[in-house]
Design a protein around this ligand. Structure first.
Ligand code: HEC
Ligand code: HEC
Ligand code: HEC
Ligand code: HEC
Ligand code: HEC
Length: 238
């Protein structure tokens, strides 16, 4: 383990200078070329996360939607709105969306350092909801970082995933991943939520009480989860 870690520690030493760029403060919205609102589009209009972040299920990254995704609606809705001018300009020129001063958008809110490996699809596949890692996205007018993304925070769940995995006992015919997106559907539809679902809705971790935790057998069978390795350094530092 020590040998494997050596190049990584060297790399880390060399990368401290650029640390600030990914050290966005939790809870602080970043300036964006267009005041895009998740509250408006997710909570009020009821659009599914995957309409704009389609790769989140299959790949490591969730990605920021291209201008074409916005224009699939905004070529018809709010077509003259001045706040959407940067979107129309990007669509006309084929260039990424820009600030008025020419700087490229969008500004990334969530970023882990280069030496940390992260992968979205496996977390969604095991039934971790977006809000558990990103806070109450569907309430955000301007997007901010919801969670610290410190190592201790990642490890808290990797040590005891049975405490945090979102699982809906009323929906066992769905895969864990389908349950994650069904939670947003319920939020959007205003369906009744359990206490734990309400906590996740508000951006909490939805921690389970001792007697509600998933058993070792459930973790292995339903979630195909290999808990033993989850705390190993190489999982996140490869
Ligand atoms: C209509 C399109 C749209 C939908 C629907 C949508 N998003 Fe987004 N999302 C965006 C855009 C555009 C950005 C980049 C601008 C920003 O940060 O607000 C973004 C950014 C984000 C970010 C921050 C990315 C970063 O900078 O690190 C997160 C997290 C996120 N979305 C999660 C979600 C979740 C969870 C859902 C579903 C509940 C969702 N989004 C639904 C368009 C969308
Ligand atoms: C599925 C259709 C749809 C998509 C896709 C969509 N929008 Fe919208 N958007 C709307 C509608 C509808 C309104 C609201 C009009 C109203 O009710 O006032 C709106 C309003 C807005 C507004 C102004 C009002 C507000 O408070 O948010 C902005 C800015 C905006 N959208 C940006 C974007 C951007 C940027 C994207 C691409 C990432 C996008 N939209 C994608 C349908 C959409
Ligand atoms: C286990 C925690 C976790 C879960 C669950 C999670 N994310 Fe993320 N998300 C992250 C981390 C960490 C980053 C920063 C990744 C990086 O820097 O490479 C991130 C980055 C993003 C970004 C910025 C663009 C990108 O791909 O890096 C978007 C958009 C996003 N997440 C959307 C979502 C959506 C939508 C969901 C649910 C379908 C979701 N996330 C679920 C932890 C999570
Ligand atoms: C709420 C719980 C939770 C949080 C928070 C969380 N993870 Fe995970 N992570 C999991 C689960 C569950 C798995 C799947 C393990 C398995 O199936 O073997 C996983 C797997 C992974 C993997 C293995 C991916 C692969 O392809 O093998 C990486 C890497 C990872 N997580 C990194 C992170 C990082 C970095 C953070 C913090 C930014 C983080 N995780 C936060 C629960 C979590
Ligand atoms: C679940 C994912 C995960 C695992 C497992 C993990 N780390 Fe990390 N590690 C991180 C993240 C995320 C950061 C970045 C924290 C930040 O930006 O503040 C980090 C940062 C670090 C740093 C840089 C110093 C710091 O705290 O910012 C060192 C050194 C480190 N890890 C060593 C280790 C060692 C040694 C192990 C095994 C015992 C390990 N890590 C296991 C996610 C993980």
């Amino acid at each position: 383990m020590m040998l494997g870690l050596a190049p990584f520690i060297l790399f880390y030493a060399g990368s401290t200078l650029s640390r600030s760029s990914y050290n966005t403060k939790q809870g602080v919205p970043l300036n964006q070329p267009v005041p895009f609102s998740h509250k408006h589009h997710v909570r009020e209009l009821g659009i599914d996360c995957r309409f704009c972040h389609p790769s989140v299920e299959e790949s490591g990254t969730a990605g920021i939607p291209p201008t074409e995704t916005c224009m699939s609606c905004h070529s018809q809705i709010w077509t003259n709105s001045p706040i959407l001018e940067p979107v129309r300009k990007s669509f006309e020129t084929g260039e990424p969306i820009k600030f008025a001063n020419g700087d490229k958008g969008w500004n990334l809110v969530n970023k882990v350092p280069e030496f940390v490996y992260f992968n979205h699809s496996i977390h969604i596949d095991r039934g971790i909801a977006c809000n558990q890692c990103h806070g109450p996205v569907q309430e955000m007018h301007i997007t901010f970082k919801g969670k610290p993304f410190a190592m201790a925070w990642c490890l808290e769940c990797h040590r005891e995933p049975e405490k945090f995995i979102y699982a809906d006992p009323a929906n066992t015919d769905m895969t864990p991943r389908e349950q994650v997106f069904d939670l947003y559907r319920k939020i959007q539809a205003g369906d009744p939520l359990t206490a734990r679902e309400k906590d996740i809705e508000r951006g909490g971790m939805g921690a389970r009480k001792k007697d509600e935790r998933l058993t070792e057998e459930q973790l292995e069978k339903f979630y195909r989860l290999k808990k033993k390795q989850l705390e190993d350094c190489w999982i996140c530092h490869r």
